[in-house]
Design a binder for this molecule. Structure first.
Ligand SMILES: [Ca+2]
Length: 155
């Protein structure tokens, strides 16, 4: 079973990530569609990198995917994704002691997920840290470049 995979654009950037449930079935938080079960054919022309979280056991990886599957039907968190773009600004404010001024919970939608938030939180809930970032501020590229993540195969 492949723990999860990440989508690559033709430009080389990674802009989407989802967890594998085995075979051609993935849990994916998609803009406009929310958390759902997807298949590769839903993303025509896309390239994918299959990856795994190095520190996660097979059981943790399966449990992460199972937890994500339970989130099916939850809405897409576009506001939270905006929080990723604001991450560096937020960190600058935090360093200056303005963290209470710019609380994370005020940015992110606690009920909904964007793609990389779903993956990062799924692993964190199993005790495996995918990229040492708060899921609320984790982008697909953060996951791909994480020291906790190993590339298995690109297709
Ligand atoms: Ca969220």
């Amino acid at each position: 079973m492949v723990p999860w995979l990440i989508r690559k654009t033709t430009g080389g950037a990674y802009n989407h990530v989802m967890l594998s449930l085995g075979a051609d079935s993935f849990v994916s938080a998609d803009m406009g569609r929310g958390v759902r079960i997807a298949k590769l054919a839903d993303y025509p022309g896309a390239r994918f990198a299959f990856c795994r979280v190095v520190s996660a056991s097979d059981l943790q990886a399966k449990s992460a995917a199972a937890w994500a599957e339970q989130q099916t039907g939850k809405k897409y968190d576009a506001v939270g994704l905006g929080g990723v773009w604001l991450r560096f600004a937020v960190r600058a404010l935090e360093r200056r002691g303005f963290v209470s001024f710019w609380g994370k919970s005020k940015i992110a939608d606690q009920a909904g997920y964007f793609c990389s938030e779903l993956v990062a939180e799924a692993y964190l809930r199993q005790g495996a840290d995918a990229c040492r970032l708060d899921p609320t501020y984790t982008s697909p590229t953060d996951l791909y470049e994480s020291a906790e993540v190993a590339l298995l195969e690109e297709i």
